[in-house]
Design a protein around this ligand. Sequence first.
Ligand code: ZN
Length: 111
Amino acid sequence: MTPQPVELRLVAEDRLQIVWSDGEKRQYAVRELREKCPCATCRERRQAPPPPPTELAVLSPAETQPLRIASMQPTGRYAYAIHFSDGHDTGIFTLESLRTLGEAVDSGGGG
Ligand SMILES: [Zn+2]
């Protein structure tokens, strides 16, 4: 049985924390989630060959802004749709994938 998120919280503008029903606490850089976006468009983009080194990547104005999560909503029982501040909102992150992303953090408060 897949653990369920019991608490979702932005611990920083660009950092999401999820506490899971099995007690695990994980933090995710918003940038990482955006880069791991599982939607078809992003998958295709990741599989595309990198541009030749003579070509500078041009960032759109949205891409130069700090990336944030605009909203995050449960989709079905086993996934979350994340709407990023750059306008991208087609990424559906399954709970399984969220368990493999980010990094586990210690819940100990140290006193
Ligand atoms: Zn995407």
